[in-house]
Structure formats: C-alpha cells, structure tokens
Design a binder for this molecule. Structure first.
Ligand SMILES: Cc1cc2nc3c(=O)[nH]c(=O)nc-3n(C[C@H](O)[C@H](O)[C@H](O)COP(=O)(O)OP(=O)(O)OC[C@H]3O[C@@H](n4cnc5c(N)ncnc54)[C@H](O)[C@@H]3O)c2cc1C
Ligand SMILES: *[C@@H]1O[C@H](CO)[C@@H](O)[C@H](O)[C@H]1NC(C)=O
Ligand SMILES: *[C@@H]1O[C@H](CO)[C@@H](O)[C@H](O)[C@H]1NC(C)=O
Ligand SMILES: *[C@@H]1O[C@H](CO)[C@@H](O)[C@H](O)[C@H]1NC(C)=O
Length: 502
C-alpha cells in the first residue's frame, strides 16, 4: 500500500475509476460490440470468409519471408496490440519484436458430417457460440469470457466446467494450420505431423503462426439443468467436487468457494425439457451477477435446481468478469444500476487495460492477484489451504478437468490421463502482510512440487530453471531446433517472465 498517487487527478483516476469507466468505457465497449456483431453477421451470411482465408494466409507468409530477407534481425510476434489480449498484463516485447499482421477473425466452415468447425484464430468465444448454438451445435469446451480468442486458448490454454469430460481447450481441437518460420504452411493433427500437433498447446506462439483451427462439435440443447449444492467444511467441499467430477453424467462441474469452509458445488446437464417455473435467464442485463446469485444460494443453505439457457450458462461469468468488476464498479450489482445500465456492462478488458494509468498498474500489482493454478485433484484440499494461508482471496474458482497423457509441455506425471483441477484466484488479498512476490513465489513452489502448472497469462515469478521444471520442454526444444524456431521466436519463458511484461 506504499504507493501514494501524485496529485488530485491521479487520486480521482484511482479512487473514482468507476466515473471514467461508466461515462466512457461502457459506451465505448458497447458500440465496439455492436459493430463487431454486425460485421461478423454480414461476413458469415455472405460466406465471404472461406474465400478470403487463403489470401489472408498468403499475406502472413509474405510477411514472414520479408522478415527472413531482411536478415532475421528480431524475433517474430503477432501484431495484435498487447492491450487487446484478455490477460491483465501487457507484453513489452510487442514493441521490440517484428510484428506480423494476422487479421484472421472469421468462422470458416461448419462441417456437420465430420462434426467439426473450422475457424480463424481471432474468432472469439462469444462469436462462436452465437454462430453455433442457434444451429443446434456447440464446441465441447467454451471458456467463459466472450472475448477469449481461439488462438490464445490454443497457444495458452483454455478451461471450462465441461473440462472434466473433454479436457483442456486444445483437447477438443482436431487440427491446426500454421505458418512456420520458413514461410511454409503446414497442417497438423494427431495423425499428420503429430509432433507439431502436440507441441503447439502452451507454446505461446513460439513455434509458428497459427492461421486456422479445426474444433470438434457436439449437439447443443437449449438449457442447462443446473443444481447448486451448498457444502460446508473444506474436507466435504473437496470430496463433493471430486465425486461430481468423476460422475460422467455431469456435463458441467464447477465449485465456487466463498470461504475456507463455505462453497457451492454446481453440476449441470444439457436438456430441452424444462420446468418453466424454474427457468432463470441469468445472462439478462438486470439479473444479479452470477457469483452473487450463487452466494445468495449459499446463504439460504439449501440445494436449488434451475434451468439456465445454454448461452447464459456458458457466459455466466462474462458480465462481472468473474468477480473482477466489483473492484472497478463497486455498485455494479446494485439493482437500480443493473436495470438502468446493466445492458452496457461489462467494459471490455482490452479497453480497461488501454486506459490504465501507471498508478493503477502499480496498485494492481501490489494489491491484486489474478492467478490460475492447475493441480492434481488429490491435492485440492492442501491447495486451497495454501491459497488461504498466503492470499486469502474469495470467491475462489474451482474447476476440475481431465489432463490427457499426450506428449508436450503439460501432461500428468504418470503416463495415464489424470483428473486435475484449476484453482482461480482473482481479486484483493485479505491475508495479513500480503506481498505479491512472496505469496506468488510460495504458491509457485507448492505447485511445482505438486506436479501442477501455472497458466501462462498470469504473473509468474519463477526462474528459468523452475519454469523448465514445471513445463516439460523435451519435445518443445526438439521442435524448436527442427523447425528453425530459435532465430525466429523467443522461448516461452522469455515472453511470460516478469521482466518481459509491464
Ligand atoms: C479475469 C480472467 C479470467 C479468465 N478466465 C478464463 C477462463 O474462464 N477460462 C480460461 O480458459 N481462461 C481464462 N482466462 C485466461 C485466458 O485463458 C488467457 O488470457 C488466454 O491466453 C486467452 O487470451 P487471449 O485470447 O486474449 O489470447 P492472447 O493473450 O492474445 O494470446 C495468448 C498467446 O498466444 C499467442 N497467439 C495468439 N494468437 C496467435 C496466432 N494466431 N499465432 C501465434 N500465436 C498466437 C500470443 O502471441 C500470446 O503469446 C482468464 C483471464 C483473466 C484475466
Ligand atoms: C447448513 O445446512 C446443514 C444441513 O443441511 C447444516 O448441517 C449446517 O449447519 C447449515 N449451515 C449453516 C451455516 O447454516
Ligand atoms: C505483519 O507485519 C507487522 C509489521 O511489519 C508485524 O508486526 C506483524 O507481526 C506481521 N504479522 C504477521 C501475521 O506476520
Ligand atoms: C525474461 O525475458 C527477457 C526477454 O523478454 C530476458 O531477457 C530475461 O533474461 C528473462 N528473465 C530472466 C530472469 O531470465
């Protein structure tokens, strides 16, 4: 808390950020979304995207060849500005590396015989569910926030409450198309160029430039029958979560932990048969924020069953950016605000970042945590205790997932699929004498020892050695040598470490 804002203007920007956010960012975000919606709708209706895809990929190839001709003096990265990514950090390397313009934003093809959809990497989750769900289809894992992109989710990772069945986002992808450092286009899948296929996830854009992704489709129903079960006592919370994740009748499993001994375990199945009295369209602008709705059920201490429209379920944490928005617009969940202005919420994470002052950045760094740690589910109890002891941030997002024993950076310790769990902490720590570096270091050590992983978008304080202990680099290193990546792309560690970012 040592940071003192200089001057009145800074003070207002920090303490009354909501004024700026409400007056400027919300309308701007809203207009931006409307523009994107119409643009995507028109492109999709005209089916112009598939025709243009090849020429857009050629444009990427030309830029890579030009970079080679100029003598390969810098590393390559995509030209998408750092403020546009959903991670709260901004990469510094965008300014110093050779930027390749990758304007690949469209849904290319829906193949109902193969049950796949082919998309360009900048397609977002919101765009994809809006295109697929009305046709009666969906992708098996839909990471929550509308603005997450397919490219980011493949190159980093993606997870959702269906991941205990289907795995991480990369596990529902059947092929990738990339432009390599020599300018050649390759396609890879579990059958074709499988080494490349398995080394792309978690490589963070350091093996090639992604230009298309093929994703599996499953039928979509109209509603999710969602059961909210309040559970008391940490021991029971972890048991219930584990049991729910092992019961494959549950399509969706998610636990929100509100305190060390208080949680709600949610399980869901898709359905078309609804009990109309129990329908709750939680995505409507005037509805309470989802985590507040769940907290109310916890307080009532009774199991509740609801029918939630499918897209409302998928994007249930979008309107409140999980629970990040409560720190930015403190009265955002107030009923009057919701009815009057709920429809312009949330501000886009990208615009929030674009307008962040250095003072806010510092404040965030020292008093705010955004972390996702992936650990074996057997360690869930000790992990929650560790987070409680070092940070004490609630609610805590707990999402079980299956980690397949594929080759690559991230795999279970033993050579069989294992159940893991993502523990997400987003918010202001309540632990006494909290220090961001010390606390994160402790958690990182704990996670390495537990055979777990840290999501790449978050702040990491690991050394290169620790990073290499957490992530298996054997296939990655081999591919980097084989594909001439060492002179073209930075190593993952050099893109995500503390000094590589603001
Ligand atoms: C509050 C909050 C909540 C979150 N919730 C979730 C969640 O519920 N589930 C979840 O899975 N994740 C969640 N995330 C994290 C999210 O998964 C990551 O930020 C992820 O990387 C996606 O972000 P993005 O689409 O903006 O990708 P970016 O950050 O833009 O990209 C990630 C990396 O991939 C590379 N890349 C992207 N496109 C290409 C390309 N075409 N070619 C080569 N390289 C490329 C980029 O260079 C970059 O290194 C959350 C993050 C925050 C801050
Ligand atoms: C919640 O209900 C359970 C029984 O269903 C009871 O054991 C527990 O004490 C209750 N907890 C609170 C905080 O009301
Ligand atoms: C927190 O810091 C203060 C002052 O530095 C110290 O007196 C106190 O013992 C610390 N508390 C804990 C729990 O470490
Ligand atoms: C972090 O990455 C930068 C490049 O972005 C690199 O120069 C630096 O050595 C890395 N930090 C550490 C501690 O290795």
């Amino acid at each position: 808390m040592a940071h003192k804002p200089d001057g009145l203007f800074e003070y207002i920007l920090i303490h009354y950020r909501w004024v700026f956010v409400c007056l400027f960012l919300l309308p701007a975000s809203f207009l931006f979304d409307i523009w994107l919606y119409f643009r995507n709708w028109i492109v999709f209706k005209l089916s112009s995207a598939p025709k243009q895809h090849n020429s857009k990929v050629k444009h990427v190839q030309e830029q890579v060849r030009k970079w080679a001709k100029k003598g390969k003096k810098q590393f390559i990265c995509t030209a998408r500005p750092g403020w546009q990514t959903v991670s709260f950090r901004r990469p510094k390397y965008k300014k110093t590396m050779y930027n390749i313009d990758v304007n690949l934003v469209d849904v290319l093809d829906i193949d109902l015989d193969k049950k796949t959809v082919r998309v360009e990497p900048l397609v977002t989750m919101g765009q994809l569910t809006a295109t697929l769900n009305p046709l009666g289809w969906t992708i098996p894992v839909v990471p929550e926030l509308d603005d997450l992109t397919v490219g980011g989710l493949v190159m980093g990772t993606g997870i959702e409450s269906s991941s205990h069945q289907y795995g991480l986002f990369q596990h529902i992808c059947t092929s990738y198309e990339l432009v390599l450092s020599d300018g050649i286009v390759v396609t890879c899948s579990s059958e074709e160029n499988s080494d490349l296929f398995y080394s792309v996830p978690w490589s963070y854009g350091t093996l090639g430039i992604l230009t298309a992704v093929e994703i599996r489709l499953i039928p979509a129903k109209k509603y999710v029958k969602l059961t909210y079960k309040p559970v008391r006592q940490l021991e029971k919370i972890t048991q219930e979560t584990e049991l729910a994740s092992k019961n494959l009748e549950n399509e969706f499993v998610e636990t929100l932990v509100y305190g060390k001994d208080d949680a709600v375990v949610m399980t869901g199945v898709q359905t078309d048969d609804v009990d109309n009295r129990k329908v709750n369209a939680i995505g409507k602008w005037y509805k309470p924020w989802f985590f507040k709705h769940v907290e109310a059920i916890l307080k009532k201490n009774k199991t509740v069953v609801e029918y939630v429209p499918l897209r409302d379920y998928y994007h249930r944490h979008t309107r409140s950016i999980f629970w990040e928005l409560q720190d930015i617009i403190p009265f955002g969940n107030n009923v009057v605000f919701r009815y009057l202005f709920g429809w312009v919420v949330p501000p886009k994470v990208s615009l929030l970042k674009l307008t962040q002052t250095d003072a806010i950045k510092k404040l965030y760094e020292n008093n705010h945590v955004i972390q996702d740690m992936l650990v074996p589910i057997e360690t869930l109890k000790t992990s929650i205790e560790k987070f409680h002891e070092t940070m004490e941030i609630y609610p805590m997002w707990v999402c079980p997932f299956k980690l397949f024993a594929n080759p690559g950076m991230v795999h279970p310790a033993k050579n069989t699929a294992a159940v893991y769990v993502d523990i997400g902490v987003y918010g202001v720590p309540k632990a006494t004498n909290f220090s961001a570096i010390e606390a994160t270091r402790k958690i990182e050590k704990f996670v390495i020892d537990a055979n777990g992983f840290q999501m790449l978008y978050a702040d990491t304080y690991m050394s290169r050695e620790e990073f290499r202990r957490m992530f298996d680099h054997s296939l990655y290193d081999e591919m980097r040598t084989r594909l001439g990546c060492k002179e073209a792309f930075a190593e993952v560690y050099d893109k995500v470490n503390r000094t590589a970012r603001d």
